[in-house]
Design a protein around this ligand. Structure first.
Ligand SMILES: [Zn+2]
Ligand SMILES: [Zn+2]
Length: 310
């Protein structure tokens, strides 16, 4: 999807490029609010522009002293997405270094009892879809500020919407707003093991097929990273086939893997390493007590093919 349809860029605001340092957030989008009510939904859009400029003044002023406005983006009740730090910048919003480095942030520019408009929700949905494009390719995850640190942000109402998956629904494009009166089918918590086969080692006992120092990981990394995107052959099978074999093995171990499932939901087990495989690998590593680096190296591979299901 293209950039959100109603977009207020830094240059629209008369600002130069952000002085914040470079980051390449991949994990998702974090929702914020303003601790006090702003009542912007009842006001003209010019009030949102003034609010955004004031927020920047506050964040860069003596009270905070930050390099720039803390947020990557804002979303106003009139369906505009505002550029804050913008793409590829560290945040100052999430309160932890990994949070600020690995996630984009968006504030809904509203306080605890402010109205959150359907148009505003749609703006966040468009923003999320834009960020999920191949060029930026964040995972689709949406979190709330309080998932990172102890804070009231983004308020109970917004946080409930985050948890209910409201912002992860498809955006409406080409004008119009979503029908939010329709209840959203809550994603049911899928058990980690769909079909536990405890104590057994399912599937073929393949050994790690890559040369020393190589791992299955992103295609943008150097030669040691094998992504399945290029035709490379190891032990008589293509890298893509091996990566599919890994996905299939986790499915044999009871993981919910494949199109429409918990993991690899969007593109399925296609053997092309991307954010979806990275999420799966990290989840598997977490469950097995391994280092969560998102890469399939010998230890992770061995865990999948040679260790009994616990
Ligand atoms: Zn916040
Ligand atoms: Zn507005």
């Amino acid at each position: 999807m293209p950039r959100p349809e109603k977009y207020v860029s830094r240059s629209d605001l008369g600002w130069g490029a952000s002085g914040a340092s470079y980051a390449n957030p991949k994990k998702g989008l974090v929702v914020h609010y303003d601790g006090s009510n702003q009542n912007l939904a009842a006001k003209d859009h010019s009030a949102c522009i003034a609010y955004w400029k004031n927020t920047r003044k506050f964040h860069t002023g003596p009270a905070r002293g930050w390099a720039d406005l803390g947020y990557s983006f804002g979303a106003c009740p009139h369906s505009y997405v505002f550029e804050g730090r913008g793409l590829y910048k560290y945040q100052a919003a999430q309160g932890t270094t990994p949070g600020n480095r690995d996630y984009y942030s968006v504030t809904l520019m509203c306080g605890p009892s402010d109205e959150i408009t359907d148009a505003q929700v749609n703006a966040v949905r468009q923003l999320r879809e834009w960020l999920m494009e191949p060029a930026t390719s964040i995972a689709g995850t949406v979190k709330g500020h309080r998932d990172f640190v102890s804070t009231s942000c983004p308020g109970d109402k917004l946080y409930r919407m985050v948890r209910d998956g409201v912002f992860s629904q498809p955006a409406v494009w080409g004008g119009g707003v979503p029908d939010l009166s329709r209840p959203i089918a809550k994603p049911k918590p899928t058990p980690k093991w769909e079909n536990p086969a405890k104590g057994t080692i399912p599937g073929p006992r393949h050994d790690f097929p890559l040369p020393k120092g190589h791992v299955f990981w992103r295609k943008t990394a150097p030669n040691w990273s094998v992504s399945g995107h290029y035709h490379r052959v190891f032990k008589g099978r293509s890298a893509r086939e091996w990566l599919k074999e890994f996905g299939a093995q986790l499915a044999r171990r009871g993981w919910s893997v494949g199109k429409g499932k918990t993991y690899l939901r969007r593109y399925g087990n296609d053997g092309l390493f991307g954010p979806e495989y990275e999420d799966l690998v990290e989840a598997f590593q977490r469950a097995q007590g391994l280092d969560q680096d998102g890469r399939i190296g010998p230890a992770t591979w061995t865990e999948a093919f040679h260790r009994p299901v616990t």
